[in-house]
Design a protein around this ligand. Structure first.
Ligand code: RB5
Length: 144
């Protein structure tokens, strides 16, 4: 599975940890930055990651900013992106099971790294249930 990662300065450290975690587990990782603590603007990263996922150039995306909020708002503007801003594992689990979320947003300044990694593990492990949930997810694209 190929996962594309992006962050702003507020999410940089957590994004680095996530990148190592994924590489250790043999995921194919593309990291579009940012690559340091210097202040940058999150929409550039969110749009790039969301487009890659929506166009099938990556299977999943992970976006980290200070809160996860700006990344999530921006990513969900791209048709085909289904981004969730998860602050605990149950949100991550249900977003996979019922909403087929394909982008995980995390708040690097809002949650501790151990909790973030637990959210990530859950999000990676859970599958979409399909059935009535597929009909609803398909409606997102047909109605919007
Ligand atoms: C940057 O200061 C901060 O606004 C950003 O990381 C994010 O939290 C936006 O939603």
């Amino acid at each position: 599975m190929k996962i594309i990662l992006g962050s702003d300065h507020g999410g940089y450290e957590l994004k680095e940890k996530i990148s190592l975690y994924l590489k250790d587990r043999n995921y194919e990782v593309e990291d579009i930055g940012t690559h340091g603590h210097e202040s940058v603007d999150y929409p550039y990263y969110a749009v790039q990651v969301a487009r890659a996922v929506a166009e099938g150039k990556a299977d999943r995306g992970i976006l980290v900013c200070g809160s996860g909020i700006g990344m999530c708002i921006t990513a969900n503007r791209i048709p085909g992106a289904r981004a969730v801003n998860a602050s605990e594992p149950y949100e991550a689990k249900m977003s996979r099971r019922h909403n087929d979320s394909n982008i995980l947003c995390l708040g690097g300044r809002f949650i501790g790294q151990d909790l973030a990694m637990e959210i990530l593990e859950t999000w990676l492990a859970e599958s979409f249930e399909g059935g009535r949930h597929k009909r609803r997810v398909d409606l997102i694209d047909s109605l919007v």
